[in-house]
Design a protein around this ligand. Structure first.
Ligand code: NDP
Length: 305
């Protein structure tokens, strides 16, 4: 494995405009470093498990021997770590090297943690741009892929060309460093629960002798119908209108009970459908039987006491 030797490694910040440091070489960080290499950037990388840099080094990346040197190499530092605890674990011991750095933090975590990390960086003379990447590793470098950003607008503007190497589309949501993390989490609550609903459907199908492939066209069609529902309800929800003209919570409750019973009869796990039934029943108990099932939003706005 090629590594920056003591002589080889530049301790001074690289002068070229097209140079970047990528810290964290999981599937995402590897794809990001690869995308920068493809675009002719000089790429310095560091990862806790150094062997994960092997392929990138073979393609021309420079492996920094430690985090300090990775930080020293470039003003622009992309962080792609599991979460913010990993960010502190990685940068904490090298925090003297943070001054003057722009940390493009693409590690996912909560908005509150993103805000705290931005303050932490500022106290050390660095600035954080929080990012929330909306595509998997295969989408990194794609023209249509997108990332939410938040933090100082001038820093975002100055580094936009590099950010657009990671994903062709970028969306700066505002100065608050928590906003990008919030947008990311809004996507993730939908992603995880939707995927879980698909796993449930596959389990139910399997219990009835149908494979995932057998139900694929039906699953895809069902998923593709959802955007139409989002668009229809968004305007009504924002206007506080949960009128039961096209659907009623009472009808929805009967339907989700059928779902629960179908799953129970098949002998598959009912945790998910039972949780759905529980929410619908709470809506009924709150007096929304004749309202649209979008009235459940009002219930979800407050944690149950
Ligand atoms: P991984 O969790 O696979 O890898 C992240 C990196 O974090 C690895 O390089 C790992 O180092 C490092 N790491 C973890 N804990 C520590 C620690 N305590 N100290 C030092 N380094 C640590 O994540 P991904 O590459 O899949 O994703 C990176 C980020 O992007 C995550 O926050 C993820 O949620 C987000 N994301 C991921 C997507 C995906 O599809 N994978 C899509 C969109 C966002 P080591 O190699 O040594 O273990």
């Amino acid at each position: 494995m090629q590594q920056h030797g003591t002589e080889q490694h530049r301790t001074e910040q690289h002068r070229t405009e097209q140079s970047v440091t990528v810290i964290g070489l999981g599937p995402m960080g590897q794809a990001m470093a690869g995308a920068f290499l493809d675009q002719g950037y000089e790429v310095t990388v560091w990862n806790r498990t150094a062997s994960r840099a092997d392929d990138l080094v073979a393609r021309g990346a420079l492996l920094a021997p430690d985090v300090e040197k990775a930080l020293a190499a470039n003003e622009l530092v992309v962080l792609s770590l599991t979460d913010y605890d990993a960010v502190y674990a990685t940068l904490g011991p090298a925090d003297a090297a943070l001054a003057g750095r722009v940390l493009v933090n693409l590690s996912s975590d909560t908005p509150e943690k993103a805000r705290a990390a931005a303050r932490w960086a500022e106290e050390r003379g660095a600035v954080q741009l929080t990012g929330g990447v909306t595509v998997p590793p295969s989408g990194i470098g794609g023209a249509e892929s997108s990332t939410f950003y938040s933090g100082p607008r001038d820093v975002y503007d100055r580094h936009r060309a590099a950010l657009e190497v990671i994903t062709g589309r970028t969306d700066h949501r505002g100065e608050d460093p928590g906003l990008a993390a919030l947008m990311y989490q809004i996507g993730m609550v939908m992603f995880w629960t939707s995927m879980l609903s698909y796993w449930q459907a596959v389990a139910l199908a399997d219990a009835n002798g149908l494979s995932a492939a057998d139900i694929l066209p039906h699953a895809v069609e069902t998923a593709n119908s959802l955007p139409g529902f989002f668009s229809f309800y968004a305007e009504r929800i924002d206007a506080g209108r949960h009128v039961g003209d096209v659907d009623r919570l009472a009808m929805g409750t009967a339907s989700v009970e059928h779902v629960l019973h179908t799953n129970a009869d098949a002998g598959v796990d009912t945790t998910l459908p039972a949780a759905v039934v529980e929410l619908f029943r709470r809506g009924m108990a709150a007096g929304h039987a004749a309202d649209s099932f979008s009235s459940l939003v009002e219930l979800l706005k407050k944690a149950e006491v």
